[in-house]
Write a protein that binds this ligand. Structure first.
Ligand SMILES: Cc1cc2nc3c(=O)[nH]c(=O)nc-3n(C[C@H](O)[C@H](O)[C@H](O)COP(=O)(O)O)c2cc1C
Length: 211
């Protein structure tokens, strides 16, 4: 604590990490996926609410269920990736607050009364958890290919019962499926031969102000 990590770790996590679209024929084990979750779960979230839910699609059958929802340019890279994660969020995340944030019982009521606050909180924090997933994956030697080119409604219907009566969903705001897709991320061991040159980034002065 209080010390930067080694420069090689910064290379792995940031400077040399790329977005991959082609994959080596090397599988990702379930143990690696469990290790991935055991790192990313430490991501900070508002009220420790951890609204993200992760569906790891590994089988051909699961990938075929995803295929119709993908933008055409994302089909090949996704169907060939060893794993595709749906990073989703649960709009009933507040039901876990008595366990996750026991010091403030009032929080549960606050969320129960405000679907707008629920949506904003769930989106913001599941995006952060998704970013932690990318960093944790890189720390474990995996490569990532995040994607937002897909049909949300199709994925929510296929994987999260959107539009269908949902057992236990008796909340007035969310009568149907209560888990919604945020973004997708392919995971595997990338093929560096297929990478294009790195795109530029904004400089400190373009993106930041010191006040
Ligand atoms: C939330 C998100 C959505 C993205 N959506 C797509 C996508 O639908 N298809 C795609 O090919 N790349 C997608 N990308 C990849 C970006 O274009 C890529 O990360 C960016 O150009 C940086 O590339 P680099 O990591 O190799 O430097 C997405 C990235 C993020 C983080």
């Amino acid at each position: 604590m209080g010390q930067p990590v080694e420069d090689t770790a910064l290379d792995i996590l940031f400077r040399e990490a790329r977005t991959y679209t082609k994959w080596q024929p090397r599988p990702v084990t379930d143990e690696t996926l469990r290790n991935l979750y055991d790192l990313l779960k430490w991501a900070p979230t508002s009220a420790n609410a951890a609204p993200a839910r992760f569906a790891f699609l590994r089988s051909k059958e699961a990938k075929e269920r995803l295929r119709p929802a993908l933008a055409p340019l994302n089909v090949a890279k996704t169907m060939t990736a060893p794993v595709t994660v749906i990073i989703a969020y649960d709009v009933k995340f507040y039901e876990q607050l008595p366990k996750l944030f026991p010091q403030n019982p009032g929080m549960l009521k606050l969320f129960q009364g405000s679907p707008e606050m629920v949506e904003t909180t769930a989106k913001r924090n599941s995006s952060l958890q998704g970013a932690y997933l990318i960093i944790a994956a890189r720390a474990l030697g995996l490569d990532c290919g995040p994607m937002s080119g897909f049909d949300h409604a199709k994925i929510d219907e296929e994987f999260f019962a959107a539009g269908k009566p949902c057992f236990g969903c008796d909340q007035e705001f969310f009568p149907e499926g209560h888990v919604r897709t945020n973004f997708l991320c392919n995971l595997g061991y990338g093929d560096p031969g297929a990478l294009r040159p790195r795109l530029p980034r904004l400089t400190f002065t373009e993106a930041c102000s010191l006040l």
